[in-house]
Write a protein that binds this ligand. Structure first.
Ligand code: FES
Ligand code: FES
Length: 149
C-alpha cells in the first residue's frame, strides 16, 4: 500500500504498511533526522512535526493517516526560526531543539508576535533536560519578531 502526502513542500509517496510510524519513516526511510526519538510515548516532544500546521508527535502517528496532508519537519520550518535558536544559543545538548523549533513554528504559524506566556504555553509539552528553557523562549520571541510583517 502507498501513502502520498506533502513533505516539506514536495510530494512524497511512502510504500509499505500504513501502520508504520512516521518517525521511523522520516528517520530511517527518508533520512530526515530532525525529528528525534526521545520517549516514544508522545510525552517529550522530541519527535514533533507539523501536520497541516499543527504540531503532532511523529512517534505515535501512523503514516497511513497522512494521505493528502501537509507535513513539515524541523528541516522544513522557516529559516528565521532556526537562525533565532542559533543567535540565542538556545541549546546545550540540542536533543530537544528540533521539537522546540517545530513547536515554535506551529505557534508562529497561527499567532503574530505572541507574548512570552503564549510561547511558554506552546512549548509546555516539550521537555528540555538541560534547562535551556529561558534561551529557547528568547529564541522563539526573536523568531517572532523576524517573522512579523
Ligand atoms: S519521542 Fe515522540 S513524544 Fe517523545
Ligand atoms: S538542550 Fe539538551 S535537552 Fe534541551
Amino acid at each position: 500500500m502507498a501513502t502520498t502526502f506533502t513533505l516539506n513542500g514536495d510530494p512524497v509517496t511512502i510504500e509499505g504498511a500504513p501502520t508504520a510510524l512516521l518517525l521511523d519513516v522520516l528517520r530511517n526511510g527518508l533520512g530526515l533526522t530532525g525529528a528525534r526519538y526521545g520517549c516514544g510515548e508522545e510525552q517529550c516532544g522530541a519527535c514533533l512535526v507539523l501536520v497541516d500546521g499543527v504540531a503532532v508527535h511523529a512517534c505515535g502517528r501512523e503514516v497511513g493517516t497522512l494521505a493528502g496532508r501537509d507535513v513539515v519537519t524541523a528541516e522544513g520550518v522557516p529559516e528565521v526560526i532556526r537562525a533565532a535558536f542559533i543567535a540565542e544559543q538556545a541549546a546545550q545538548c540540542g536533543y530537544c531543539s528540533s521539537g522546540m523549533i517545530v513547536a515554535a513554528a506551529g505557534l508562529l504559524g497561527r499567532v503574530v508576535r505572541p507574548g512570552r506566556d503564549e510561547v511558554v504555553a506552546a512549548l509546555d509539552g516539550n521537555l528540555c533536560r538541560c534547562g535551556s528553557h529561558p534561551r529557547i523562549v528568547a529564541a522563539v520571541l526573536r523568531a517572532a519578531e523576524g517573522m512579523a510583517p
